[in-house]
Ligand binder design. Structure first.
Ligand code: 5GP
Length: 119
């Protein structure tokens, strides 16, 4: 599957669609999810064109990977989540219900989150 330059997160990164920005650097944009599943639900999105976790993990440069790892605690601290805790989720593909084909991490917190997976 080829990367689609017209997916919604590509448009947000290009500034064509607004977002509620939490953090930005050269490699990363983080913004509030439009349909939050916890009190705090932020999407941490590498700016480079990767479809999913699997694509990113296989293809990204070391500096892109490091930037993503560092962005997680930076965003968590900005939102005051580091003491009480938070959860990071990456959905890859159909079985994981990935909706947007631009790689992103979900950062959830602000309230107890319950079990990891509900059947
Ligand atoms: P996925 O299922 O791909 O892992 O998650 C996609 C997430 O993107 C969903 O939680 C959904 O609510 C969020 N989302 C979809 N469209 C938009 C949008 O236009 N703006 C924002 N901020 N979030 C979006």
């Amino acid at each position: 599957m080829a990367y689609n330059q017209n997916n919604i997160f590509a448009k947000i990164i290009r500034g064509e669609i607004p977002c509620q920005k939490v953090y930005e650097d050269q490699e990363i944009l983080a913004f509030h999810d439009i349909n939050p599943k916890a009190k705090t639900h932020v999407l941490i999105v590498p700016k480079a064109a990767y479809i999913s976790w699997d694509d990113f993990a296989m293809q990204a440069t070391s500096s892109q990977t490091a930037a993503l790892m560092k962005a997680i605690p930076i965003v968590a601290r900005k939102l005051g989540l580091e003491k009480q805790g938070y959860r990071i989720i990456a959905n890859h593909g159909h079985h994981a219900h990935q909706e947007v084909p631009h790689f992103h991490l979900h950062l959830l917190g602000g309230n107890p989150l319950g079990p990891l997976v509900q059947s």
